[in-house]
Write a protein that binds this ligand. Structure first.
Ligand SMILES: CC(C)(COP(=O)(O)OP(=O)(O)OC[C@H]1O[C@@H](n2cnc3c(N)ncnc32)[C@H](O)[C@@H]1OP(=O)(O)O)[C@@H](O)C(=O)NCCC(=O)NCCS
Length: 421
């Protein structure tokens, strides 16, 4: 059997269509995820959305269609009190006839190496395969949770409404209003990422690879403005279940971002007070949504199980730990084991200067020993190191070190990333 050759490229776009290599890559990627077989012109449209991304493929020549795929791009990732450049990875898929031959290992190891050399401080991905990515140093760093509201019981404690609401029909107008709100809101949530233009298309228009970038005509963007007319929040919604059979529709929330608690309240008041709507449901809400506390009956909101969302892989330990802020002044020696080498070492983290934490190689004995994957899980402050001691994932070498690390890494708000990619 010939070993497939790995190639990396960026889509070329010619007169609004992606080049043949990108079309073949896109076809392979959709097939690996059990997606639809799209016509070549639809694949050429989809490929345009990947412009500027890095496409990696493993090719079993002479077949021009890769047998394994990976896509990545640079994105700003929010940390507690800062942000870093991260390698966002997606589209990891292998043709079903070529699984378990080490192709994902080759593509991902290569991508992480290239990202580290290019200066990315971390890599991130979202995954439905919970057992897969730890071996490459990814740790589960954020969760989301579905919240579902029974609108008949949703009575708001505050009097309202306040401000004004606008339904924005044109996607370009919606983007102009929502992007600046998201850009400010994402900086408040460790784990949030800036979005590519193609991700915005997916959120606002519903145009994604799976539907050949066809718009989802059920989507609607509503923007809330304060009394001075300043946009301070938005919700993107779609009808998930029509009112037609039961007289009571279910509204799905695709995205909701609010810069003030008033904007948050008024957007939810709007969603819960629409005619024909009995239920509003948001699958990727934060695990600490304040909505139940806005209502006279908190039981009008049912919170589902929390589900894994963002996996984080630290590529540059000093750069990542220096870029975030810490609520306590302390110093610890952290030893990181990393088979891929990127995070490996014994590092001293000193947070006595809150504005300029010091991180560098340490010579003394470690206070805690952990793997790169465990470091990824705790780095945003969303997972408590003490829990990982109890799970034998973090070795506490000096008494009380895990509790000290927990206090150092604590985040000002619960890490949340509401965008699957
Ligand atoms: C999951 C998938 C990407 C794995 O690709 P692959 O090329 O078969 O993986 P590799 O051969 O490089 O395997 C690398 C290691 O991961 C392990 N592994 C592979 N798939 C796994 C899975 N789904 N869960 C847990 N471990 C897995 C392998 O056993 C191997 O471990 P080892 O080195 O200890 O032997 C591939 O089967 C696939 O495309 N599946 C459908 C699409 C998908 O699920 N993509 C990922 C979604 S985020």
């Amino acid at each position: 059997m010939v070993t497939p050759e790995v190639r990396t490229f960026s889509p070329r776009v010619i007169e609004g269509s992606a080049d043949a290599g990108t079309v073949a890559w896109t076809r392979a990627q959709l097939a690996a995820f059990l997606g639809p077989r799209l016509e070549a012109d639809a694949l050429a449209r989809v490929g345009v959305a990947f412009e500027g991304n890095r496409l990696r493929g493993a090719y079993a020549d002479p077949d021009p269609t890769p047998v394994a795929t990976l896509r990545s791009w640079d994105a700003r990732l929010t940390l507690p009190g800062g942000e870093v450049l991260a390698d966002a990875v997606t589209g990891i898929g292998v043709r079903s006839t070529h699984r378990r031959r080490g192709l994902t290992d080759r593509l991902l190891t290569e991508d992480l190496g290239a990202a580290a050399r290019a200066g990315a401080v971390a890599a991130v991905l979202t995954s439905t395969q919970g057992a897969l990515y730890e071996r490459w140093g990814f740790g589960l760093a954020t969760y989301t949770r579905r919240i579902t509201v029974d609108t008949a019981r949703a009575h708001f404690r505050d009097a309202g409404p306040r401000g004004s609401l606008e339904i924005v029909e044109r996607p370009d107008a919606a983007l102009a209003l929502t992007l600046p709100i998201h850009d400010r809101a994402r900086r408040r949530h460790p784990g949030a990422l800036e979005r590519l233009a193609s991700q915005w298309d997916q959120v606002l228009v519903g145009a994604g690879p799976w539907n050949g970038l066809e718009p989802d005509r059920l989507r609607q963007t509503v923007v809330w403005r304060d009394d001075d007319g300043r946009p301070a929040g938005y919700a993107v919604i779609r009808v998930e279940e029509s009112w037609y059979a039961t007289g009571s529709a279910t509204l799905g929330v695709v995205d909701l971002q609010a810069l003030t608690s008033t904007a948050y309240t008024e957007l939810w008041r709007h969603l819960c007070s629409q005619d024909l709507v009995g239920t509003v449901s948001w699958p990727d809400a934060s695990v600490d949504e304040p909505l139940p506390w806005l209502l006279t009956d908190p039981r009008a909101v049912v919170a589902g199980e929390s589900r894994p969302m963002l996996w984080l892989r630290v590529l540059d330990v000093p750069a990542l730990l220096r870029a975030r802020r810490y609520p306590t002044e302390d110093a610890l020696v952290i030893e990181v084991d990393d088979p891929l080498g990127h995070a490996r070492g014994r590092w001293r983290l000193d947070t006595h200067d809150r504005l300029a934490p010091a991180v560098g190689p340490a010579s003394g004995e470690p206070d805690v020993v952990l793997t790169a994957s465990t470091l990824g899980a705790v780095a945003l402050g969303g997972v408590d190191p003490r829990v990982l001691v109890r799970a034998n994932r973090l070795d506490e070498r000096s008494a009380g070190a895990a509790a000290r690390l927990a206090r150092m890494l604590a985040a000002p708000s619960v890490p949340w990333n509401g965008t699957r990619f």
